[in-house]
Design a protein around this ligand. Structure first.
Ligand SMILES: [Zn+2]
Length: 406
């Protein structure tokens, strides 16, 4: 059963992205691996029952996704069930006045809108990079009387269900705390050890999704309630220094159905073809669709080398034949971690980062039901390793890639 998991109240939180001692940086979201580890440790403290622990946390259906920041300027976006995703790497906004139009609060600080550059870049690649006019619209901000350049627009967004035009960017509040080291022999401040930690401010809210086996659903809800009441649940780094207290709320949600996926793919494909026609660019494939990572993905190839992007070969490994990569906008990062239960470091991995976007052309169209079915499974289960800890989540034909002025 699928649940929306929300952090409704928290103390300061810190999730260091690496083991280096010099960088105080925190991740701006709650990784699924941290949520799973924190819940597993709390479950052991409350019940101390290995069988129940295994049934809930080691079942093949169990997975915990990342929790993304869920505080929005627009109050109507503070919902419980609408998903929050990382903004795709192809999104662009005005460098001087960035932001979604519906997030604008007053005229003095205007938002010049967000547009997606995937289709223009895809067309530019389809014509073997001969038609620069396909990218013309994206050199400067198209807002009236504004000629500032466009820039990347990172962060997290939510789209209000049934109101496709209402999008908002989540706000993230960060702080910095400075601490002294403690001398182990005297118990007082250690000379010349002063360090700082970036943290997510208390009171922030987060949203994500988790799946537990159907037969464990009632127990899971009861466990979350008991964990909240006990106050034992702590997530992230610096827990002994007072960080990491959270309160959770869980609500059941429905899986995306296959028909809505079909519609999304069809409308993206139609939009790309219409624009190709406008610029008179050949579009020889039977179907075009983008895959956008909504969480970091750790994917190995057949020789067990870590992939730094997705291509036709990678989709072939996932059982999707006949795909050719047209364009990609992606990056990688090193993933490190600590296993709280075993008290050992996790193996380091290279992940393709969330927001990375890949445009594929297919030699067959959507009439092939096996293709649609396979894409639907990918969207539900994810790709690569550590899917149960939230890695490898993706969206096929995200409606964001059709945005021209959001
Ligand atoms: Zn502008």
């Amino acid at each position: 059963m699928k649940f929306a998991v929300r952090i409704t109240d928290c103390g300061p939180l810190s999730f260091r992205s690496g083991r280096e001692t010099t960088s105080p940086k925190t991740l701006e979201y709650v990784p699924g691996s941290v949520l799973m580890g924190g819940l597993a440790a709390t479950h052991d403290l409350l019940y101390n029952d290995a069988n129940q622990h295994d049934a809930m946390f080691f079942h093949e259906e169990t997975s915990f996704g990342n929790l993304y920041p869920a505080r929005f300027e627009q109050k109507r976006l503070q919902g419980e069930v609408d998903p929050i995703y990382p903004i795709p790497a192809t999104a662009a906004s005005c460098k001087r006045f960035p932001g979604f139009r519906s997030d604008q609060k007053n005229e003095e600080l205007p938002h010049h809108g967000v547009r997606d550059t995937l289709i223009p870049w895809g067309l530019f690649c389809l014509c073997q990079q001969t038609r620069i006019d396909a990218l013309e619209k994206f050199t400067t901000c198209p807002y009236p009387d504004c000629d500032h350049p466009l820039d990347r627009f990172p962060g997290f967004y939510r789209r209000r269900r049934f109101k496709a035009t209402e999008l908002g960017k989540a706000s993230v509040s960060l702080g910095l705390r400075v601490r002294t080291g403690i001398d182990r022999t005297t118990g007082s401040a250690h000379q010349s050890i002063l360090y700082s930690r970036e943290f997510l401010q208390p009171g922030m809210t987060f949203w994500g999704a988790a799946t537990v086996p159907d037969e464990q659903a009632d127990r899971f809800q009861a466990f979350i309630q008991k964990a909240n009441e006990s106050g034992l649940l702590r997530l992230g780094n610096n827990r002994t220094r007072g960080f990491g207290r959270v309160t959770l709320a869980v609500t059941t949600i429905e899986e995306q159905d296959i028909e809505s996926l079909r519609q999304r793919i069809q409308s993206f494909d139609a939009k790309l073809r219409a624009q190709a026609k406008q610029y008179d660019i050949q579009h020889p494939h039977a179907l075009y669709l983008p895959i956008t990572l909504t969480a970091d993905a750790i994917v190995y190839d057949r020789l067990l080398r870590q992939r730094t992007g997705l291509d036709g070969d990678a989709l072939d490994d996932l059982g999707i034949k006949g795909a050719e990569r047209i364009y990609c906008n992606s990056s990688v990062r090193q993933v490190m971690g600590w296993n709280t239960l075993w008290r050992t470091p996790k193996a380091d991995d290279i992940a393709i980062t969330m927001g990375s976007t890949f445009l594929f052309g297919f030699s067959r169209n959507l009439d092939d039901d096996a293709l649609l079915q396979r894409l639907h499974t990918l969207e539900r289960r994810g790709i690569g390793i550590r899917q149960r800890e939230g890695f490898g989540r993706l969206l096929v034909a995200s409606p964001f890639h059709c945005e021209e002025d959001a």
